[in-house]
Design a protein around this ligand. Sequence first.
Ligand code: ATP
Ligand code: MG
Length: 425
Amino acid sequence: MAKQIQAIRGMNDCLPGDTQIWQKVETILRETVASYGYQEIRFPIVESTDLFKRSIGEVTDIVEKEMYTFADRNGDSLTLRPEGTAVCVRAGNEHGLLYNQEQRLWYMGPMFRHERPQKGRYRQFHQFGVEAFGIATADIDAEMILLTARLWKTFGIDKHVRLELNSLGSNEARANYRDALIAFLEQHLDVLDEDCKRRMYTNPLRVLDTKNPEIQAVLVDAPKLSAYLDEESRAHFVNLCERLDAAGVEYQVNEKLVRGLDYYNRTVFEWVTESLGSQGTVCAGGRYDGMVEQLGGKATPAFGFAMGMERLILMLQTLECVGELRRDVDVFVAAMGDKASIQAPVIAEQLRNEIAGLRVMVHAGGGNFKKQLKRADKSNAVVALILGEDELAQGLITVKYLREEKEQVTLELAAVKALLATLIA
Ligand code: ATP
Ligand code: MG
């Protein structure tokens, strides 16, 4: 036998049985953002490598070690998108959607990062992302956080997520803080690990979110970013907090929250959970007022977030919050005899025409009554319609209940339709 070819490590198939929950989650996400007036945008999976280097930043985990980068046949450097924000900005600039306009956009799809695969961390994973352009005020920051809070409620997991919030201030404020932080780190070189030492001059803020407990202990005494905030950023943050308070959204200010991408300023936030082990961030985002200009557009304020869909689904499963899933098949149609077998799909078409949303599977492949009923049972349908030659001649169909102890009935087609309509009501 030929050797089977396997999927790439960290890249998962999503099989029937799992796709139902994905569809349900996708529907809730779509409908929720639509209820806030956001529009979908779709963009390619492959982009110029420079796009990510320039936006995410050279000294970040993603660009330093996680990107799938390769040479196109003409030698251009291409990268499988590791995230959507930079691509959204690229598309917005290219099509003139951003300058002097307001846009509220969302996207959903696969992202690629070469990380060590583990629970909640994959090499191909999916993000649901939302971005708003052209709005500098904290009302939009609050709107997006409210939107995410609504999602947790809709999914029934709001008791299991916690909101962390911080302000990174203006670029200038951060530059001042940076100098103070470097001066502090220089006094503690003995405890810093290699990663932190390498980053302390290029990207010292990233040292703050090190997972190393010894370094964390030392950082307790590090200068605080909040002490360096510019007045406008401070007012922006106060306004955001006021809005969240008014809407009843709880949060914790975490001064060490800096996010792993360079492009953020002012607001940053994360929704974290204890129910996923170490991959605890389900959703993260913030303000990135500089990126549009940095990627060649006219200066445009922006705010957005991305949610890890695998992590969300893992949470729903772990917490048993998946809820009801739509049946794949409502009705299975079995036919006894050649004439009935020709009529079966015709009747099924009528049912689909007249009962919107009804899912009808018609037996195919021949076989006796017993075999057809086995298939009916396996289909998970609620009822089987049995078309027999004699009954059909009289315009009758037998309805057999597959999931409850109930006598089968033989009815006229009109009565069958009325009965089926109640199934999906
Ligand atoms: P982490 O700290 O877990 O590596 P991150 O800061 O790199 O996350 P972002 O770039 O902010 O993540 O992406 C937004 C969200 O996408 C994350 O909060 C997470 O839910 C999800 N995510 C990121 N990387 C992966 C991955 N490799 N596999 C699955 N989900 C991921
Ligand atoms: Mg990461």
